[in-house]
Design a protein around this ligand. Structure first.
Ligand code: ADE
Length: 226
């Protein structure tokens, strides 16, 4: 999978994308993540990329020209399955959307700033708009990092234990059951006996029950969707 990220602040991604699973997934060739600085495509002598909104009002709007030039260049080089714009008024991100996006080959993720991008970018280029929740961030970068993280870990082979992503919370609209590791007894706080029993069928049944109980208690709305 190839992910092109269009941003005014490529450095914002350096931390999250250069550690742990996201770093290894790039080193091992499961995903290629390419950053593009939108400012590099500004035709303005001061490299300006934003301007006042027509009609007035507070806040700057990202201009269409640099974004269009960059998108035209990328689209002439390969075909893209989706051009995703990160915005608080997009579709609410979910495990279902992460699963869908993880099946694609080439995607573009566009990060907005200030008041967002000129509406014509959305009308003529963007194919999908995603929000990570009902709150407003300073820009789309952190939201894009969240989406890319959730998507990349679903690419087969990225997580070493192949079944691991399948047993995540939300994958079947249930929260994950509790997990424990050594020591079995810490200050008298004990691990449930069934997990030490070696009886796999019983362990599976216990996990399933725990997942249901947790979901019923913490997220009953998920059970309505099952
Ligand atoms: N940009 C600013 N806020 C955002 C949000 N909540 N989700 C996605 N992109 C955003």
């Amino acid at each position: 999978m190839r992910i092109d990220i269009l941003t005014l602040f490529p450095e914002m991604f350096e931390g999250p994308f250069n550690e742990s699973i996201l770093r290894r997934s790039q080193e091992n060739g499961f995903v290629e993540i390419v950053f593009h600085d939108i400012r590099d495509y500004s035709q303005d002598k001061h490299k300006k990329v934003d301007d006042y909104a027509f009609g007035g009002g507070a806040g700057m709007v990202m201009q269409i020209e640099p974004i269009a030039l960059l998108l035209d260049k990328l689209k002439s080089e390969r075909s893209y399955d989706e051009i995703i714009y990160m915005t608080p008024d997009g579709d609410r991100f979910s495990q279902t959307i992460a699963n869908q996006v993880s099946l694609l080959n080439n995607i573009i993720v566009l990060c907005g700033h200030y008041k967002g991008v000129d509406q014509r970018v959305r009308d003529y280029y963007v194919t999908r708009e995603i929000s990570i929740g009902d709150f407003v961030l300073t820009g789309g970068e952190l939201a894009a990092a969240v989406v890319v993280d959730a998507v990349v870990r679903l690419i087969p082979g990225v997580i070493s234990d192949e079944t691991s992503a399948l047993t995540d919370s939300f994958q079947d609209n249930l929260l994950a059951p509790p997990v424990y590791t050594r020591p079995a007894d810490f200050r008298g706080w004990k691990v449930p006996d069934v997990l030490l029993s070696g009886h796999q069928a019983k362990i599976d049944q216990w996990r399933e029950e725990q997942a249901w109980q947790r979901t019923k208690k913490l997220r009953p709305d998920l059970l309505d969707e099952k």
